[in-house]
Design a protein around this ligand. Sequence first.
Ligand code: UDP
Length: 343
Amino acid sequence: MKKQVLVTGGVGYIGSHTVVELQSEGYEVFIVDDLSNSNIEVLDRIEKISGVRPHFEQFDLCDRVRVQEYFQKHDGLEAIIHFAASKAVGESVENPLLYYRNNLVTLMNLLEAMGQYNVPSIVFSSSCTVYGQPEVLPVTEKAPVQEATSPYGNTKQICEEILFDSISAYAGSVRGIALRYFNPIGAHASAEIGELPVGVPQNLVPYITQTAAGLREQLSIFGDDYDTADGTAVRDYIHVVDLAKAHVVAISRLMEHNNKKPLEFFNIGTGTGLTVLQLVKAFEKVTGVDLNYKLVDRRTGDIEKVWADTTFANEELGWKAQSSVEETLASAWVWEKKIRNIN
Ligand code: UDP
């Protein structure tokens, strides 16, 4: 019997890549997604890559009764990977209640159902945003969580607290891992799945690839007066497939009871920081495209620099990011060209 894993938000960017990795490791995947920020066609593309169509139901995990009915019906589920959440910082400032409801209530409904229906393991999508601007870099998991700069960031912090308190109260019957993502970019090598932002991209790499593809006039680089090598902000960009693989490792750690604490936290990055300009130059080099960009004022709420100390994840999980930033950017460009029909 294959082990059954529920992937919430499995039609989305990181979710879909994780589904493919889970399938290749022999898991039977069940997706719940409300398709609020994703496209149902992704299911066909997952099937094209893996040869297996994941089970799928479309509903909003804020619906507590629906969540309970789902677990009652699917009594073989052994673990959950919870991606489904709202993730745009700017939107969260404009519509905080949407973010608090979507991100907190869905997690609470799942944790409640895990207790009721004996599902013992959960992997949660957290973010390096919980560290704010760290005082020491690279940042380790021991760095203090700092006051959030947006409702989105605050939901990730509160979710970590909800997880901690609920898992403590379950006293051994439920265990969890929170993966703190740095900046996921890139696309699957098949170019069947990748990042597909709705509307104007808020994130750097989709903005770069859309500019290179001619959909956007010019990339604005936010801030050139930071205290960094060239004045632009530093981030740790990780290939989405490397990130996806970290979930598979985390799930098996929990399912095989190899976790050392009921709730563990891991940084999932490459360990290398790059400035925005360095990333743009790497993109130009690897693709041969001259990117039209300009330096503009800082974006409100952005931090200056953050990159991961991945020692704990590397040693404890036995996981390490494999792809170079060049390979990763090349995969993002292949994907962009494919969806825009560019040769
Ligand atoms: N950025 C930029 N232009 C853009 C989008 C992003 O200069 O159009 C910068 C942003 O200010 C940050 C970095 O690129 O320094 C990464 O931003 P992104 O939104 O991708 O991720 P974040 O680190 O904010 O979660």
